[in-house]
Design a protein around this ligand. Structure first.
Ligand code: GNR
Ligand code: NI
Length: 168
């Protein structure tokens, strides 16, 4: 299966709000497999379907050191989050080379469907919590740079557009 193309900020398609998956069937499982392959090839810890221009509520992640613990979240919802926040230096495969500190809840519990369509819940903290929240933002059409100041965001946009012109 070939790698999918990851949309680059400020591609307007990154601002699309994803729709829930109606049935977890072979079509969805094939997409999940392609997303995992694309995420591993790009050395990412997570990937949202939005980033590969598929506007359905599907996330893959693997925050393990060994890169051998894939997690699939279909129709994810946060069912609990800590009152305590944590700041983390975030990056994004759709905004390569840009990193900045973002504050989010330190711990979350997410409920989702797995690749077999079974409901499960997962507690996460550290990078895994950050990653789940970052990916769920993508599904809502939100990129981490949207949390930064308008000035920073504008500089990032200019830098990305310049880079994309040079690559074209
Ligand atoms: O690979 C990724 N690393 C990362 C690091 C800190 C906070 C969030 C992330 S997610 C990112 C992959 C990505 O862009 N997912 O949407
Ligand atoms: Ni991202």
């Amino acid at each position: 299966m070939q790698n999918l193309t990851i949309l680059q900020y400020p591609d307007p398609r990154l601002y699309t709000v994803a729709k829930p998956v109606a049935v977890v069937d072979d079509r969805v499982r094939k997409l999940v497999a392609a997303m995992l392959e694309t995420m591993y090839a790009a050395n990412g810890v997570g990937l949202a379907a939005t980033q590969v221009d598929v506007h359905e509520r599907i996330i893959v992640l693997d925050t393990s050191e060994e890169r051998n613990a894939p997690v699939v979240l279909i129709n994810p919802q946060i069912v609990r989050q800590s009152a305590q926040d944590k700041e983390w230096e975030e990056g994004c495969l759709s905004v390569p080379g840009i990193y900045d500190k973002i504050t989010r809840p330190a711990e979350v519990r997410v409920r989702a469907l797995d690749a077999q369509g079974a409901v499960f819940e997962m507690d996460a903290d550290g990078l895994t919590a950050v990653c789940i929240l970052h990916e769920m933002d993508h599904l809502l059409g939100k990129v981490f740079v949207d949390y930064l100041s308008p000035l920073k965001r504008s500089r990032i946009k200019t830098k990305m557009l310049k880079r994309q012109r040079q690559a074209a």
